[in-house]
Design a protein around this ligand. Structure first.
Ligand code: THU
Length: 161
């Protein structure tokens, strides 16, 4: 028997004031676009904005449904748009923000498990890690250099061979 370890590290900023100009801009857009979320059931509005290798900006918001499981997260709505509108163009950085109309929006939230799986496959199909910027409407900001780090020992297309 041997033990393996997976190390996970990420950056913590006290506020967006510590970020570089490009990251501030992306996070600002993600915060603004939470207004376009369709989340009448949870009232948890999520906005995601990504910059691609060619400079294109793609965004997404969560889209809920009266049949609750049908709802779509902001991250997957963004990635499906990117795949269609900018096919095969890798994503450099994705900022994800939320506005919780029921409570506080002052600490970062990270992508749900299903989105982690979807993001991991996007990274592998475009051969490039995606950098994540996570925050609420204010407060701390987390930066994760490679989104795939959020899903250690992940299942992927290689497992189907
Ligand atoms: N949600 C996202 O859009 N992204 C996440 O990473 C976490 C959760 C959405 C799903 C649902 O519409 C609402 O937030 C509450 O879970």
């Amino acid at each position: 028997m041997k033990k393996e370890e997976i190390h996970f590290g990420y950056e913590v900023y006290e506020s967006d004031k510590e970020l570089n100009a490009g990251d501030v801009s992306l996070l600002k857009q993600a915060r603004e676009i939470t207004q376009k979320a369709y989340a009448p059931y949870s009232k948890f509005n999520v906005g995601a904005v990504a910059i691609l290798n060619n400079g294109a900006i793609i965004s997404g918001t969560n889209q809920e449904n009266a049949s609750y499981p049908v709802g779509l997260c902001a991250e997957r709505s963004l990635l499906a748009s990117a795949a269609m509108l900018q096919t095969n163009v890798p994503i450099q950085t994705m900022a994800i923000a939320y506005h919780n109309l029921n409570g506080s929006s002052s600490k970062p939230a990270s992508p749900c498990g299903m989105c982690r799986q979807y993001i991991a496959e996007y990274e592998s199909r475009t051969n490039q890690p995606i950098r994540l910027i996570l925050s609420g409407m204010d407060g701390k900001v987390f930066v994760i250099e490679k989104a795939g780090m959020l899903l250690p020992l992940s299942f992927g297309e290689g497992d189907l061979k």
